[in-house]
Design a protein around this ligand. Structure first.
Ligand SMILES: Nc1ncnc2c1ncn2[C@@H]1O[C@H](COP(=O)(O)OP(=O)(O)OP(=O)(O)O)[C@@H](O)[C@H]1O
Ligand SMILES: [Mg+2]
Length: 419
């Protein structure tokens, strides 16, 4: 009898957050992703801090869209961009006639975000009067519309962000200490790009691919000299600055390899020191076979999921096509979690590539079967994360070291990095 694996705990327990919009595999980034993963099923208020352009809004979106609240709305309010007198009505709504110009009643953002998330961006810019009102909402989950007498209750998760140093703002009496503690239940810090320089190549590759597609250009890569300068630069505007620079370079140059001379003077004129971690590798994007051969070594950043090179038997991964032949079309190495496994015929369990779910009369080699199951799930996680091991480890609930050990043992390599 076939077992419906969609019912089995091993399948249903896996609810993987989608972090695909985050590029990078630095420790600084993966600790943030681990933190987000831990916060998804919890309604505590989160305060995201970090420099301008460092990814605070992306983190807020990941918190909302990976949680159960994603079925409802995420409302963003930029507290710094709206004048104080309008912000109150924007947040809490108003009743008809409550002030000149209030010709009809209006529902506020807190009500719109009911059962969802409200993202209060630039919270450090909120006026002291509104800070008191916000404090009450955080404490009681209730408020009144401007000019209204009725108390409105909402169920809203509050995520706030700021690039200001709120402790300093408290010392300068610009920000209420009690509100700070209410907001800062769970602090998350978006790392500055200069603290995760090891992610720069991946980010550049990602943005070149993105702008090649959206701007219809065909940049094939970036020279090692230019890449080294971009690694040394300290990126005060963080990822947004990098993204805009790559967009400009891709649009203006159009094709070929981005070189040192293409960079803006403030980066081109930087001095490289001997202790800077310099690379001799050209960064290439897209399909390596279609790229010019050059004398440089090269790293490749491709949008297509990298293929694996098979390791040695007995526990190496079998290519998806072969797997299909043995086990039927229900099994896919690309995403086993979305495909209920088919029960292998008793005759096929000897095959090195079958995954079976019922015990055949003559028995099985349990270790080998479990091992293959594990391999298929690991492959799925790696492919989903573009082979970023830190992210795959999070999806699998492993720590990175354990995943790396398993890959070594199973002899699973990304094709372009295999010996
Ligand atoms: N890890 C990442 N990988 C890829 N892109 C990223 C990453 N983090 C941020 N970005 C991109 O960088 C840009 C800036 O991110 P975001 O708007 O979230 O920053 P922010 O901290 O809110 O900035 P600001 O303080 O200026 O409001 C966005 O286009 C975002 O998609
Ligand atoms: Mg922002």
């Amino acid at each position: 009898m076939a077992i419906d694996l969609e019912e089995a705990p091993v399948i249903t327990a896996v609810k993987a957050p989608d972090f695909s919009s985050f590029i990078g595999e630095s420790r600084a980034l993966t600790s943030v992703l681990e933190m987000i993963a831990r916060l998804l099923d919890n309604d505590s208020t989160v305060l995201i801090t970090g420099e301008s352009g460092s990814g605070k809004e992306l983190i807020a979106k990941a918190l909302h869209f990976n949680s159960d609240r994603r079925k409802n709305t995420m409302i963003t309010v930029n507290c710094g961009a709206i004048p104080e007198e309008l912000l109150e009505s924007e947040l809490f709504g108003h009743e008809k006639g409550s002030f000149t110009g209030a010709i009809r009643a209006r529902i506020g953002k807190f009500e719109l975000a009911d059962k969802g998330t409200i993202f209060l961006d630039e919270i450090g810019d909120m006026s002291p009067t509104l800070q008191i009102k916000l404090l009450r909402v955080l404490q009681e989950q209730e408020f009144e519309r401007v000019g209204g007498a009725r108390t409105i209750r909402v169920n809203v998760r509050v995520v706030a962000a700021t690039n200001q140093n709120l402790e300093k703002a408290i010392a300068e009496k610009r920000f209420r200490e009690d509100l700070f503690y209410r907001l800062n239940v769970i602090p998350v810090e978006a790392p500055a790009l200069r603290e995760r320089k090891e992610d720069i190549s991946l980010l550049i590759g990602h943005f070149i691919n993105k702008f090649n597609k959206t701007k219809n250009r065909s940049i094939s890569g970036i020279s090692p000299e230019a890449l080294n300068l971009l690694r040394v630069y300290n990126w005060p505007g963080n990822i947004r600055e990098l993204e805009h620079l790559v967009e400009r370079l891709v649009v203006l140059k159009g094709d070929g390899v981005i070189k040192e001379a293409d960079l803006p003077a403030k980066i081109r004129n930087l001095e490289l020191k001997p202790d800077d971690q310099l690379s001799k590798d050209m960064l290439l994007v897209g399909d390596p076979k279609e790229l010019d051969e050059s004398n440089h070594n090269h790293l490749t950043v491709s949008d297509a999921p990298p293929k694996i090179r098979n390791g040695a038997p007995p526990h190496s991964l079998t290519p998806a096509k072969e797997m299909e032949n043995v086990t039927g079309p229900g099994l896919s190495t690309t995403n086993p979690l979305n495909n209920p496994l088919q029960v292998g015929s008793p005759a096929s369990h000897e095959s090195s590539s079958s995954l079976i779910t019922t015990l055949p009369p003559e028995g099985i080699n349990l270790k080998a079967v479990v091992d293959r199951y594990e391999t298929a799930l690991i492959m799925s996680a790696l492919e989903r994360c573009g082979w970023v091991k830190n992210k795959a480890a999070i999806l699998l609930g492993l720590n990175r070291t354990t995943l790396v050990e398993k890959l070594k043992k199973k002899k699973i390599y990304k094709e372009d990095t295999a010996a």
